[in-house]
Ligand binder design. Structure first.
Ligand code: IVH
Length: 682
């Protein structure tokens, strides 16, 4: 490829990748598969390396990060970043409306929107290119976090359509709930202190020095305020529309309000439903729509007179702390959980709250018998936020963190730099053993549904299953007639587990069927620390079989995309242990899959841009295998049929709802052999 050809290809790739970013992250309507996207990105990065003269700091390749910021530079805001006056009652909103009308007169139009609970950011664009991203700081000057913000995929590096030659746009960077839960679970497993809320997680990410780590965080951003001398719009509403046209992610929940009635309707309609959003909001912002009127109203020293925030009261309750229990997870991590007098909070009865670890527990200093405050926001599990000291009973008892495993009595350890305590008795501690087996049979691992709900506990209690390989030795006669009554505990009511003929047959059938599960599932099912579904898939497809994976050196492991030091160490440690090696050998001898199938190992671009929905069951191919085949040939899988679906791959027992929807949307329904033909398999 000569220089000119390279320049053209680079330009084309950049354009296409930015467009796909936009479709995926702003519109949530991707048109190509992740695999294809990655391939294009790889090609771009390779060309950029070969032809460094075409460097562009706004190339989509910059979004993977890599630059390190030692110290964030302080930048002065061109327009101060003020805060909003907060109100908590209808009366205060009525007063605000009165103040506005006193200056503007009657007929003021408002815009209501959600108040996002994240970290405020100010973005500067010149000639359609993102120049700078600055945090709020003290409102007059903030930190330049451009390098990190560039990794947030929904923030355009280059704008679309027409745009003013220079302007500032402000918004809120946030951490979605799902990603937040994952992040905290990972942190707890690593023994790090979990973040108190998604806002702190977002703010922590923005201040990281290594932007390649930030790039891996699922940060997102809503934009809600446009500023600049060249704007020709006359209302805030038009500004938001313009921002959307330029490619920014703006809130779909924006409503014009003619007066107080409309405003209160908006507030009420979001009071409950906001908790169903996949991110945190803490109120409603009411803004005067007309920009001239905004100017006329002006600012106080702290906040604009043309806007106000109505904050929903945090859903909080107070109740008595009765005791603390300690739970041991499958990795041995010990979590303290508060048991409280049941109390109604945000529509549900709450009686337990996680206290995460010793440090968090001690900082809170709640004592047994104390009245504690519990709070719940969005989807996040309830937590104790404080103690009502005025109600502390004389006999209130300090809580001492345990030193021995509550289950097996082994002395707990706390590794240096980690916040969690662990029970090191991996192969002898009952909840760890049960947890490992439960993980093994879980839906996303070996998917042995017939072993769910208390059955593992019974098998363990009867001494039949002490590790995952034991499952494959189970016989009808071992199981039939087994029975045990489990008394009620804090979590569940009293229950009886018993194995009758049908149950036993189902269990054995489920175990037998699991032998079909793909290598990547088996690898995930083994429960190696830090090896989640995605990592298992990467490792399986890279090393192709268990022998190569077990023999892989540290350097070979970290050379795999997305495999870092931590994972590599965990993999090596796992396979160094004799008992784990023995489990693999036993599973191998029982016929489980420890290498990728030929079909999975093959790759192409044949299904470029096609989205599939798989429905029903297939002979000779597991759904997983089919999914991998779709992906490795450049296609995309989704769970539900929509206007974006290109094909439905239908097996036996295709769901009637899916069929109906497909017919309505005129989506071709193809059978397995047609699919295999598509990828030149038949
Ligand atoms: S408009 C002059 N709109 O709330 C301030 N702010 O307490 C104009 N916020 O600093 C801000 N959602 O970080 C505006 N829809 C929204 C918002 C919003 C959240 C934050 C923002 C601001 C703070 C004010």
């Amino acid at each position: 490829m000569n220089k000119e050809e390279a320049r053209q290809r680079i330009e084309q790739l950049r354009k296409e990748l930015e467009e796909h970013n936009y479709r995926y992250y702003v519109l949530s309507q991707p048109t190509i598969s992740d695999y294809q996207f990655d391939k294009m990105m790889e090609e771009l990065m390779e060309l950029e390396k070969q032809f460094p003269e075409f460097e562009d700091l706004n190339s989509p390749s910059q979004r993977v990060g890599g630059d390190i910021t030692k110290e964030f530079e302080t930048v002065k805001h061109k327009y101060p970043m003020l805060s909003l006056a907060n109100t908590y009652s209808e009366q205060e909103v009525t007063d605000f409306d009165k103040r506005v009308k006193k200056i503007i007169g009657e007929g003021v139009e408002y815009v209501c929107e959600l108040k996002f609970d994240g970290v405020a950011i100010s973005l500067l664009y010149r000639e359609g290119i993102m120049q700078q991203a600055v945090t709020r700081g003290d409102g007059y000057q903030g930190d330049d976090v451009t390098t990190n913000v560039k990794t947030i995929k929904s923030i355009p590096l280059k704008l679309r359509g027409d745009y003013p030659s220079e302007f500032i746009i402000r918004g809120e960077i946030y951490y979605p709930h799902e990603g937040f839960k994952k992040l905290n679970a990972e942190r707890e497993e690593l023994g790090e202190t979990p973040f108190a809320n998604p806002r702190n997680a977002a703010s922590g990410a923005l201040k990281m020095q290594d932007s390649s780590i930030v790039a891996k965080r699922p940060l997102d951003c809503w934009l809600y305020n446009l500023l600049g001398e060249e704007l020709t719009t006359s209302t805030h509403y038009e500004n938001i529309k313009l921002a959307k046209q330029m490619g920014f992610k703006t809130s779909p929940y924006l409503a014009k309000a003619a007066g107080l009635d409309d405003i209160f309707d908006f507030i009420k309609s979001w009071d409950k439903s906001r908790t169903e959003l996949p991110y945190d909001t803490d109120g409603v912002v009411i803004k005067v729509n007309n920009l001239k009127q905004q100017q006329e109203l002006g600012y106080t020293a702290k906040s604009p007179r043309w806007a106000i925030a109505y904050k929903y009261a945090a859903e909080k309750a107070s109740t008595r702390l009765n005791s603390v229990s300690y739970y041991v997870g499958r990795t041995g991590a010990v979590t303290p959980v508060a048991n409280m007098e049941p109390v109604l909070l945000a529509g549900t009865v709450v009686k337990n709250a996680s206290m995460h670890n010793q440090d968090i527990m001690e900082k809170l200093d709640a004592r047994i018998g104390d009245m504690v405050y519990v709070e719940k926001g969005g989807e996040i599990i309830p937590k104790i936020v404080g103690v009502d000291l005025s109600k502390r009973p004389d006999e209130a008892k300090r809580i001492e963190f345990i030193t021995k495993c509550p289950s097996c009595g082994t002395q707990l350890i706390r590794r240096e730099g980690e916040a969690a305590h662990y029970c090191p008795n991996e192969t002898g501690c009952p909840p760890q053993i049960r947890g490992k087996v439960e993980h093994f049979i879980s839906r996303r691992a070996m998917d042995i549904e017939s072993l769910g709900e208390g059955k593992i506990e019974l098998l363990y209690d009867k001494g039949l299953v002490k590790n995952v390989a034991d499952l494959y030795d189970l016989k009808y006669d071992d199981l039939i007639g087994l029975e045990k009554v489990y008394p009620a505990d804090a979590e569940k009511k009293e229950r009886k587990v018993s194995f009758r003929d049908k149950t036993v047959k189902n269990i054995l059938k489920g175990i037998e069927a699991s032998k079909e599960a793909s290598f990547q599932r088996v690898l995930f099912a083994l429960g190696i620390r830090f090896v989640g579904e995605t990592v298992a898939k990467k490792l399986a497809l890279h090393f192709k079989d268990i022998d190569k994976l077990m023999a892989a050196s540290f350097d070979e492991l970290v050379a795999v995309e997305e495999i870092g030091q931590k994972i590599a160490e965990a993999v090596q440690q796992h396979f160094r242990k004799d008992e784990n090696k023995e489990i693999v050998n036993r599973l191998l001898s029982k016929g489980l899959n420890f290498k990728v199938s030929e079909d999975e190992a093959e790759t192409s671009d044949i299904l470029n841009g096609r989205t599939f929905v798989i429905s029903g069951t297939f002979e000779g191919h597991s759904r997983d295998e089919l999914k991998t085949m779709i992906e490795t040939h450049g296609g995309r899988n989704t769970g539900s049929v929509s206007g974006n679906t290109d094909y439905i791959l239908a097996g036996e027992d295709m769901g009637p709802n899916k069929r109906q929807k497909a017919q309505k949307l005129d989506i071709p329904i193809i059978a397995l052999d047609e699919f295999l033909q598509m990828i030149n398999k038949e």
